[in-house]
Write a protein that binds this ligand. Structure first.
Ligand code: BG6
Length: 506
């Protein structure tokens, strides 16, 4: 037996992607509520508030808000030991800056957690999963504003106090490091509620991203400290999007480019875990002359609020090549499929040695050794084992929790209503095997595994329904049509056995 007996087998979702009821129970609009549906390769539009007549897929999502009882029953049948979801900040503080919470919102999560606990399913809660109150964007500029630290901490303290006997496992900011891709609008907006002024330069975008991330890390550290005071048994973790960045070749320049790229994407977990900024980053801040607002008090807060574990998502790996070669004479930049275009001013700027500065959309290349999903996500199970080792060595075998992993694919419902998804089983099987190998052969300290979107939900990246991750099918299409009926896919029974056998039967 490789995995511990109390291994947390589960499933993961986020409030905005499944609950719906976007304005029910006095809930306020969040950043997810002002994002329209995109498509494969077409970015979602971020609108100025909710505009009548546009398709906002998160408004109804899969209507979990009204169906959670029957859904949780199905989760119990699947055999989940834990259920990772988020608390929608806007159900508790509809605008985000109120002093008093909304009782209806608090009651909803009391009922949901009671329902889970009734079946022995442990809730695992993310505090901020792309759900910042929209009011905090328009009135304060999102996490670019220091005031957001207090608003977040008030929210965190409120829910941690309320659910102190129902929830033990928490995470602060979901995939806090997505915003390392600051040249795009999507990640800075969903992570931090940042909207860049028209014509903002790459330098201004990058600086604002670092400022916001700093305030978030301080808010996270304060939350860890407060949480432990509320209940010393709480386990409070970081949540990092891990896409291992391999050097595309063994050319020393590619190796160095990969090292710097990993630093730029994963400094966030260094701060979460070690409680201070790494020298490679402060050196970069100085060189760039960012002059960020980082106070002595902030630095003390960071050291006092180190996380208990690292939660992370893993879907794919990246590869990087020292870049000069891939910018052609007409300025066209070759980038990974599905990653779109980047600001021209950054296309050829500051390439290569000696800084090896990393620009995500510019520098990543296709890895010919692995296949990719229809959405261009490179499939690499061994990369998960690599990632588990990377975190373990870096953070001295701190407990790790794989809180997202999965395969977005188009499913077909057969005439008899059945859904065969062997491609999903194959993906999950290979990743679970890699994770078990990491425990058995490499000694990583692993708490659990919660595959993403185990019930079909709205895609965060594209707003689509047809990019499905689930073992439970939900009858709804990209246009929002469908009965919302739930149906078990072939992978449902397969995962049931995996859990029952504690990962022995794959
Ligand atoms: C992660 C997020 O980025 O990946 C989830 O934490 C998201 O919210 C998941 O849904 C899969 O991405 P997508 O774009 O396929 O929904």
């Amino acid at each position: 037996m490789t995995l511990r007996k109390d291994f947390l087998w589960g499933g993961a979702v986020a409030a905005h992607q499944l609950e719906g009821g976007w304005n029910a129970g006095k809930k306020g609009p969040s950043v997810a509520d002002v994002m329209t549906a995109g498509a494969n390769g077409v970015e979602r539009q971020i609108t100025d508030g909710v505009i009548a007549g546009l398709n906002y897929p998160n408004h109804e999502a899969i209507d979990f808000y009204h169906r959670y009882k029957s859904d949780v029953k199905l989760f119990a049948e699947l055999g989940l030991k834990c259920f990772r979801t988020s608390i929608a900040w806007t159900r508790i503080f509809p605008k985000g800056d109120e002093l008093e919470p909304n009782e209806e919102g608090l009651q909803f999560y009391d009922d949901l957690f009671d329902e889970c606990l009734k079946y022995g399913i442990e809730p695992v809660i993310t505090l901020s999963h792309f759900e910042l109150p929209y009011h905090l964007v328009t009135e304060y500029g999102g996490f670019g504003n220091r005031k957001l630290i207090d608003f977040f901490v008030r929210f965190a303290e409120t829910v941690m106090t309320r659910y102190k006997d129902k929830v033990k496992y928490w995470m602060t900011f979901n995939e806090i490091n997505n915003q390392a891709n600051y040249l795009r609008d999507f990640a800075p907006f969903t992570n931090s509620g940042l909207k860049f002024p028209e014509g903002a330069t790459a330098f201004e975008r990058e600086k604002l991203m670092y400022q916001a991330a700093h305030y978030e890390l301080v808010a996270s550290a304060l939350t860890v400290k407060i949480g432990h005071a509320i209940n010393p048994d709480f386990q409070i973790g970081a949540m990092i999007a891990m896409c291992s960045i391999y050097p595309a070749t063994c050319k020393p320049e590619d190796m160095m480019a990969s090292t710097v790229a990993m630093q730029r994407r994963y400094w966030f977990s260094d701060v979460h875990v070690r409680g201070h900024y790494p020298a490679y980053l402060t050196t970069y801040f100085d060189r760039k002359k960012f002059n960020l607002d980082i106070t002595q008090e902030d630095l003390s807060a960071l050291t006092e609020g180190k996380v208990d574990y690292v939660g992370f998502s893993y879907y794919m790996s990246f590869a990087i090549q020292d870049q000069k070669a891939s910018v052609s004479s007409d300025g066209t930049v070759s980038i990974m499929p599905g990653h779109g275009t980047i600001l021209p001013e950054y296309a050829a700027d500051e390439l290569g040695a000696p800084t090896f500065d990393y620009v995500e959309d510019r520098d990543l290349v296709k890895n010919d050794f692995v296949k990719a999903s229809e959405w261009g996500w490179q499939i690499d199970p061994l990369g998960l084992r690599w990632a588990l080792n990377w975190f373990s060595e870096r953070y001295d075998y701190l407990p790790l929790f794989i809180v997202e992993n999965g395969f977005g694919a188009i499913d077909e419902v057969k005439a008899d209503g059945s859904i065969h998804d062997p491609y999903r089983i194959e993906y999950l099987r290979a990743h679970i095997q890699a994770m078990e190998d990491a425990v058995e052969y490499d000694g990583v300290n692993l708490m659990g595994y919660t595959p993403w979107g185990f019930i079909d939900l709205v895609s965060a990246g594209t707003g689509e329904m047809k990019k499905r991750y689930g073992m439970i099918y939900v009858d709804k299409d990209n246009e929002g049509k469908g009965t919302l009926e739930r149906r078990k896919k072939e992978s449902f029974e397969w995962y049931q056995k995996v859990i029952q056998s504690n990962g022995e039967e794959l």
